[in-house]
Design a protein around this ligand. Structure first.
Ligand SMILES: Cc1cc2nc3c(=O)[nH]c(=O)nc-3n(C[C@H](O)[C@H](O)[C@H](O)COP(=O)(O)OP(=O)(O)OC[C@H]3O[C@@H](n4cnc5c(N)ncnc54)[C@H](O)[C@@H]3O)c2cc1C
Length: 282
């Protein structure tokens, strides 16, 4: 299928992009094109302008910040995987990006594109939700920063306002945490049926801190905030694991679709939660 006609715009700076978006209602940024091009070809969207972010090198980087890792929106998955900074200080992101799609997708797809697209089964949004990451949005009037918990509003819906682009993702340093990203798929390279992002800090099996989020179980990533709050200071033993498994699965109402029924997703959620928590204690 061919995409509908559009005007291709090639800006050379973020300022040019935001200025163009300011003055044109019907324009879409293009990053890796892994979601945008299929949406155009399937005629899900038909914008008048496609604004190519790819020439803007200043949007592609991984840097160390104050107790944080800063990743430019145009950084491709494969670049994230090459970064020692990410592997050591943001291991949960590293673990998740390793299982995004296939090599072709990881060679082109960008972190900012995944965040802006907000697919409820995508890997990066679940990790950012688990970690309270900050999404930096840039417009012609400046920057603002939104916590991932407020940024993802629903399926393919975010807090991005007209004329804004995602410019940077800021993740906290995870020193002293054990992290696990678990993704269950029907076929290799698929989006998640259910995924789990866990960062946990234990002192002699007592939970000092825990961050737990799931993908594929609702319209947006689900963060188990209430459960987290109730288990701080408790010993992570079999009884507590069963309590967590039961409570998290009672708090979601997953969709039924071609990947799996709502009931099946809940069962998968229980199984991976139990398995991952048992792994971290052993
Ligand atoms: C075969 C296949 C398998 C895949 N499997 C997975 C998977 O297992 N897990 C997973 O998480 N994802 C998967 N994906 C999706 C992939 O991660 C995409 O790369 C990602 O969703 C979009 O990133 P992109 O850079 O390609 O963005 P694009 O496709 O260029 O853009 C996506 C959307 O975001 C907007 N956008 C892009 N960048 C910005 C920005 N900086 N600011 C504002 N808006 C922006 C665009 O206008 C568009 O609406 C898969 C894709 C394919 C084709």
């Amino acid at each position: 299928m061919y995409p509908p006609d559009f005007t291709y715009v090639k800006p050379s700076s973020v300022e040019e992009v935001t200025k163009f978006l300011d003055s044109h209602d019907d324009a879409r940024p293009l990053a890796g094109g892994q979601s945008l091009i299929p949406m155009l070809k399937l005629r899900v969207i038909s914008p008048s302008y496609i604004v190519d972010l790819n020439p803007i090198n200043s949007l592609s980087y991984v840097r160390s910040g104050f107790n944080s890792i800063r990743v430019g929106a145009l950084t491709r998955y494969y670049e994230i995987l090459k970064s020692d900074l990410v592997r050591v200080n943001a291991p949960l992101l590293y673990q998740a990006v390793r299982v995004v799609g296939d090599m072709q997708v990881r060679n082109l797809g960008t972190i900012g594109g995944s965040v802006a697209n907000a697919d409820p089964s995508a890997d990066v949004p679940t990790v950012l939700t688990a970690l309270n990451a900050e999404i930096v949005l840039t417009s012609s009037s400046g920057n603002r920063s939104v916590n991932a918990l407020d940024f993802f509003k629903g399926a393919f819906t975010t807090d991005i306002r007209k004329s804004e682009i995602v410019s940077e993702i800021v993740l906290p340093n995870l020193e002293g945490y054990r992290t696990v990203y678990k993704k269950v798929v029907r076929r290799a390279g698929d989006f998640a049926l259910v995924s789990l992002a866990l960062a946990i800090k234990l002192r002699q099996n007592e939970i000092e801190d825990i961050k737990l989020a799931y993908g594929g179980v609702g319209e947006k990533p689900f963060r188990a905030l209430e459960v987290e709050k109730n288990v701080i200071g408790k010993r992570l033993n079999d009884d507590l694991i069963e309590e967590i498994v039961s409570k998290v699965s009672n708090q979601v109402n997953p969709p039924s679709d071609t990947r799996g029924s709502s009931w099946y997703r809940k069962e998968v959620m229980k199984v991976i939660t139990r398995k991952v928590l048992k792994e971290v204690v052993s």
